[in-house]
Design a protein around this ligand. Structure first.
Ligand code: NAP
Length: 340
C-alpha cells in the first residue's frame, strides 16, 4: 500500500494500492486499461476530495503538462494540458497579459480538474473563459473535444460530474478563450473598491490573493478541500421567512428565480466557527471550510460535516450539500447521503 496523504489536500491518513504519475494521454490510457481488475481513480492535485477509507485500487495522477498560445485580432487562445497547476497558469496569464482568469487566483487544483466542478470565485467561473475541453474516452482511447456548450456548466457542476463522463472520460486538456477587450469583474467584496477605468489584471490578481490568504487556510498548514459545502439556493418564500428572523442574512437573487444564500454565513450563525470533532474543525476565519486541524481521521471530518449539516438544517431549514466529493474503498459515493 502507498500513502495517499501527500496526494490530496485534506492530508488524511489513507492509502491506496499504488499511486502512479501519468505524463501523456497514451500512458494514461494504457495504465487505466492494465488495471481494469481493480478500482481506479484519476486525481489532479486532490483538492476537492474526501477519502473516507483506504482506496482499494490504484490512483493515477494527471501530470500531463504543456501550454500552447495562439491569438487573433480579438482573443488569446490557450491550449492547456490537464496536469498544469491552475494557480501557475493564472500567474503565467497575468504575466503575459492574457487577462480574464485573475479572479481565479490561488484555487488549488489542476487545469484538467477546473472544468469538472466549473471552478468559480469572485464573480468569474471557468465557464466564462472556456473554449473547449478535451477528454480521453478511456474505453477506446480516443480524445474527444467538448465545446463549452457541450460541457453544460452549472454552479460547481458540469457533465464531467455525471455518468458516463465521470467514469469513462479523463480530461487531458482545456482550451481557454480570453478576450483582448478585457472587462474586469469587480462585483465581489473588496474588488469593488478598485477603479474599473484604471485597474489592471495584476491589481485584481493581487487583491484576490490578499483576500484569499487572509481568509482561507493554506492546505500546507491545515489540510482542507476548500469550500466543503455548496452555497444553497432557496425559494423566494423561504428567503422571506428567513429575512423576517434574520434581517442581515446575505442573499443573492438568481436568474432562475431562487435566492442564493452564503453557506459560510449560515454555519457561522450556528456558532460553529472553530468547532472541533476529533482532529477536524470548522475554520475560524471562513466557516465554509472544514480543516484537518490536528491529525484528523476521515471519520472526524465525516462526523463534523454531519454535525454542521444538522445544525444548519435545524436553525434555517436549509439542507447543505457537500461540494467536496467523497470516496470510499471502492470509489465515489453519494456525499449528501453520507452526511444525512
Ligand atoms: P464571500 O466573499 O464571503 O461571500 C460569501 C458568498 O456570497 C460567496 O460564496 C458568494 O457566492 C456570495 N457572494 C458574495 N458576493 C456576491 C456577489 N456580488 N454576487 C453574487 N454572490 C455573491 O465568500 P468567500 O468565502 O470569501 O469566497 C469568495 C469567492 O471565492 C466566492 O466566489 C467563493 O465561491 C470562492 N471560493 C470557492 C471555494 C471553493 O472551494 N469552491 C473556496 C473559497 C472561495 P459564490 O460562491 O456563488 O460566488
Amino acid at each position: 500500500m502507498q500513502n495517499l496523504q501527500p496526494f490530496h489536500t485534506f492530508s488524511l491518513p489513507v492509502r491506496a494500492h499504488a499511486v502512479l504519475e501519468m505524463h501523456s494521454a497514451e500512458q494514461l490510457q494504457q495504465t487505466w486499461q492494465s488495471h481494469a481488475d481493480q478500482p481506479r481513480l484519476l486525481l489532479g492535485q486532490g483538492s476537492n476530495v474526501l477519502f473516507l477509507a483506504d482506496f482499494n485500487g490504484v490512483v493515477l495522477l494527471n501530470r500531463i503538462e504543456g501550454i500552447q498560445h495562439k491569438e487573433d485580432e480579438h482573443f488569446h487562445y490557450l491550449h492547456v494540458n490537464g496536469g498544469e497547476n491552475w494557480h501557475n497558469l493564472v500567474i503565467f496569464c497575468v504575466e503575459q497579459g492574457y487577462n480574464g482568469i485573475e479572479n481565479l487566483a490561488l484555487i488549488p487544483g489542476c487545469a484538467g480538474t477546473a472544468p469538472i466542478q466549473n471552478i468559480g470565485a469572485y464573480g468569474v467561473e471557468f465557464d466564462d473563459v472556456c473554449d473547449y475541453v478535451e477528454a480521453l474516452d478511456l474505453k477506446c482511447g480516443q480524445i474527444r473535444r467538448f465545446s463549452r456548450e457541450a460541457c453544460r456548466f452549472g454552479y460547481r457542476d458540469s457533465i464531467f460530474k455525471h455518468p458516463p463522463y465521470d467514469q469513462d472520460y479523463a480530461i487531458v486538456a482545456v482550451g481557454l478563450k480570453l478576450a483582448k477587450n478585457w472587462q474586469p469583474q469587480l462585483a465581489y467584496g473588496s474588488l469593488a473598491q478598485l477603479d474599473p477605468k484604471t485597474v489592471t489584471a495584476k491589481q485584481v490578481y493581487d487583491e484576490v490573493c490578499q483576500v484569499r490568504r487572509s481568509k482561507l487556510p493554506d492546505p500546507n498548514e491545515y489540510g482542507n478541500a476548500g469550500s466543503f459545502f455548496k452555497n444553497p439556493s432557496v425559494s423566494q418564500a423561504h428567503h422571506q421567512q428567513l429575512l423576517a428572523d434574520y434581517p442581515s442574512i446575505p442573499a443573492f437573487p438568481q436568474a432562475d428565480g431562487t435566492v442564493k444564500l452564503a453557506a459560510g454565513w449560515l454555519i457561522d450563525q450556528c456558532g460553529l466557527k472553530g468547532y472541533q470533532i476529533g482532529g477536524a474543525a470548522v475554520h475560524q476565519q471562513q466557516a465554509l471550510v472544514l480543516i484537518n486541524r490536528n491529525n484528523a481521521t476521515p471519520n472526524d471530518v465525516l462526523q463534523l460535516a454531519r454535525h454542521v449539516r444538522q445544525q444548519v438544517l435545524a436553525k434555517f431549514k436549509v439542507a447543505l450539500q457537500p461540494e467536496v466529493r467523497f470516496f470510499n474503498a471502492d470509489g465515489e459515493i453519494n456525499s449528501e447521503q453520507a452526511i444525512s
